[in-house]
Design a binder for this molecule. Structure first.
Ligand SMILES: *Cc1c(COP(=O)(O)O)cnc(C)c1O
Length: 404
């Protein structure tokens, strides 16, 4: 045995020396393969969170792993002071796949969000002729776009923003899912509308079909940039490559991250269908690690396996199956079951005292998931999950709901 510490000792170590900015379930993992992960005692769990959809391709996908180790032995970082042999290929493959014209590579999702904020503001001043420092960006209530000061400044979630001010100016908040609210909020200074196709962190909030289509029309008509944050909904999660496809539209700017590397490495990107990214000139934006050859090589393979192994189609069919079976569970505790593809939310009545207790009990039975806000559990397993594995999960979910 190489483990010299027991599970409790790992937990104590984290709690003693680490900042307490998360409240994790007390399971200490040290191995993963596909939809499964193992704890330090060798107990096996079905991962129904997929690291917030960063491991859509499953844990430690062998092909991505091979690329990672091969590229790591060749070249990892050049900085963008020089060029590298992976970046152009990464750009081209991503553009061809998503029908985009330009890509700007970053690392975390929040950095991609910050990048578009800069780019659309500059576009507003340069192309739209907005007066200096007047640009406005419209965002939605209950949004989640990351954790930087600018981003939490336009969050409506108390714990995300309270105590962190002062914040960045220039954002306007409207209700999610209302094209009318968008119309009403646009002023001559508006440069863009930043929105998630599904509000995953807010608890898998799905707008009415056609919402994005109406939004697309409004943005076009009023000459504002439509920015879709597909960092969680993108790359197959909802049963399409990008969730915008459900409404048959294309955003001007699309943000992807998380599963772009299959969980191996932080890689994010801004995809542009318009000339917005063209306003950025040398020296105006950058990142030491953004676009590095290791990230690009890993992302190229992560995208390749997503397509080649038909994970997107599987997310659509298995997601429909999982959703339907969950809807079939008769429990007085469940208020609503909703989802698209393998992004599924189960909302409980608040009277039951929070969803966390069910996450704990599911953990004991070998299923890992996490509550989002108090009363909702998100089920978002890796996209290669099989029907038998969903049945395995359903048995445990039903058993836990039938207790007491
Ligand atoms: C996770 C997430 C982000 C932030 O990504 P990080 O890599 O954690 O910075 C932004 N938007 C959405 C919709 C996300 O789910």
């Amino acid at each position: 045995m190489t483990n010299i510490m027991n599970q409790q000792q790992y937990i104590e170590l984290e709690d003693k020396f680490g900042a307490h900015n998360y409240k994790p379930l007390d399971v200490v993992l040290n191995r993963g393969e596909g939809v499964w992960v193992w704890d330090v005692n060798g107990k096996k769990y079905l991962d129904c969170l997929s690291s917030y959809s960063a491991v859509n391709q499953g844990h430690c996908h062998p092909k991505i792993l091979r690329t990672m180790t091969e590229q790591a032995q060749k070249l990892t970082l050049t900085s963008r002071a020089f060029r590298n042999d992976q970046l152009g290929l990464f750009y081209r493959e991503l553009c061809e796949l998503t029908d985009s014209h330009k890509v700007l590579p970053m690392n975390s999702g929040a950095e991609a969000v910050e990048t578009v904020i800069k780019a659309v503001r500059k576009w507003g001043y340069q192309v739209k002729g907005i007066q200096k420092d007047r640009a406005e960006i419209i965002v939605c209530k209950n949004n989640f776009h990351g954790r930087t000061i600018t981003i939490v400044g336009f969050s409506t979630d108390k714990s995300s923003r309270e105590g962190f001010g002062p914040f960045t100016q220039g954002f306007k908040i409207i209700p999610f899912g209302s094209p009318k609210a968008l119309e009403g909020a646009i002023t001559p200074n508006t440069v863009g509308f930043l929105v998630e196709p599904i509000q995953c962190e807010a608890g898998v909030i799905i707008p009415l079909a056609g919402y994005l289509k109406e939004v697309r029309t409004i943005c076009e008509k009023r000459n504002i940039v439509l920015i879709l944050d597909e960092i969680q909904t993108g790359l197959g999660r909802t049963g399409k490559l990008l969730a915008e496809e459900h409404d048959g539209i294309e955003a001007d700017l699309t943000l992807i991250g998380k599963a772009l590397s299959g969980g191996f490495y932080p890689v994010s990107a801004v995809l542009s269908n318009s000339e917005v990214l063209g306003v950025l000139r040398p020296g105006e934006h950058g990142s030491t690690f953004g676009g590095n050859p290791l990230a690009c090589a890993v992302a190229r393979t992560a995208i390749k396996v997503l397509i080649e192994e038909k994970m997107i189609e599987n997310a659509a069919s298995m997601g429909a199956y999982f959703l339907n079976e969950l809807k079939g569970i008769k429990s007085p505790k469940i208020k609503e079951v909703r989802g698209k593809g393998l992004m599924i939310g189960v909302e409980f009545f608040s009277e039951i005292g929070g969803a966390r207790q069910y996450c704990e009990r599911l953990k004991d039975r070998g299923l890992l998931c996490k509550e989002t806000h108090d009363n909702i559990i998100r089920f978002s397993p890796p996209l290669l999950i099989k029907r038998e594995e969903i049945d395995w999960a359903l048995e445990r979910i039903e058993a836990v709901l039938n207790e007491d």
